[in-house]
Design a protein around this ligand. Structure first.
Ligand SMILES: Cc1ncc(COP(=O)(O)O)c(C=O)c1O
Length: 343
């Protein structure tokens, strides 16, 4: 950090940013990485760089930023249902929504669980659609050993402070297309080209040197962070495995998970219990999150067909406390409280 102050170069595509991007390439296997000021801006610029125009099929159950990034590009989000195991975009539901106006699929690696990348690629190829991933929570995730950012035409990750690895605020676009990566680099810097003139409508979405330094530092301990989370997640799983109204989302065998979230689905028969358990935990001083419960619909999005799986998830998902060095005694206490709350 002191070196950055001493250099006098605090932002604008500086050397630390370049080192951070190179480290993401080397350590995580990401290709064509362009860091940005947030995950939201990464998604926004990825869509712009791919010159999307029209309707975009995207999941009904996601963080609002997915839909907002589309709307800021003048795109129309068309909401498809999610599949029940990992709550990621259901390829069959998406296929049913393709129209002549569809230009792309923007799938989400929701809670860090990879979307069905093989089925979505088939669908995109069949209709000639661009395929973009909102990979905000999926830093470090691999599918069959392949970095999750290697799929589709572009992926947007988030380095927000709540993520497994972060730069306080930040994000990145990864894309196999050299021209799209170059476009993101221009767009994040006001659209300025080599000559210094603004050649297109860019914006200010630059990551600064201090953010990049935080990222470089935390990248070194990513494995330790993930291992700690995996251990804690396994304790939740063991404690709650026989509680019939609790189901923890668990990664597929083919996935190297980053255990970004401990996602519980809480339901007794047809009755959702997430609210009740959240209030119970709160009363015991435990912070949990009803992710996407209120937020999963957005103004300006189209929802042509029912989305029952997304609707159910919005009612019954509760994310339990999880971080790399969470004391296992805390995990055990929270697990027991959840079991008590649903009893
Ligand atoms: C699925 C999803 N997309 C986008 C974002 C936005 O990322 P950021 O906060 O870095 O803008 C988030 C943030 O949590 C997210 O969960």
């Amino acid at each position: 950090m002191e070196g950055i102050w001493a250099s006098g170069r605090l932002t604008n595509d500086g050397p630390v940013l370049r080192r951070f991007e190179a480290a993401l390439h080397k350590d995580l296997g990401w290709d064509n990485v362009a860091a940005t000021s947030s995950g939201t801006m990464a998604l926004q610029l990825a869509c712009r760089a791919l010159q999307l125009d029209g309707e975009v099929i995207t999941p009904a159950f996601t963080f609002p930023a997915t839909l907002q990034a589309l709307r800021w590009n003048g795109l129309v989000p068309v909401l498809a249902d999610v599949e029940p195991r990992w709550l990621t975009l259901d390829p069959a539901s998406a296929a049913a929504l393709v129209t002549p106006r569809t230009c792309a699929i923007v799938a989400v690696h929701t809670f860090g669980h990879p979307a069905d990348v093989a089925a979505l690629q088939l669908l995109a190829s069949r209709y000639g659609l661009a395929l973009v991933y909102d990979a905000a929570p999926a830093v470090g995730v691999r599918v069959d050993g392949v970095p999750v950012t290697a799929f589709g035409d572009a992926s947007a990750v988030s380095f927000h402070a709540t993520k497994v690895m972060h730069t306080i605020e930040g994000g990145a676009v990864c894309t196999p297309h050299d021209d799209a990566a170059e476009a993101v680099r221009r767009l994040r810097n006001f659209g300025l080209g080599e000559s210094g003139g603004a050649q297109e409508y860019g914006t200010n979405a630059k990551m600064n040197e201090l953010q990049a330094a935080v990222g470089l530092s935390l990248l070194r301990t990513l494995d330790v962070e993930v291992a700690g989370r995996a251990q804690a997640a396994a304790v939740y799983r063991e404690l709650l495995k026989d509680v019939s109204s609790v189901r923890l989302l668990w990664p597929a065998d083919t996935v190297n998970s980053n255990h970004a979230y401990a996602v519980a689905r809480l339901r007794a028969g047809t009755a959702p219990l997430a609210d009740k358990v959240s209030v119970f935990l709160d009363r015991h001083g435990v912070d949990s999150r009803r992710y996407f419960s209120q937020q999963y619909r957005s103004k300006g999005a189209l929802c042509p067909s029912p989305t029952p799986v997304a609707d159910a998830a919005a009612e019954d998902v509760l994310c339990l406390p999880l971080w790399g060095d969470i004391p296992l005694a805390t995990v055990e206490r929270v697990g027991r409280l959840v079991a008590e709350a649903v009893a």
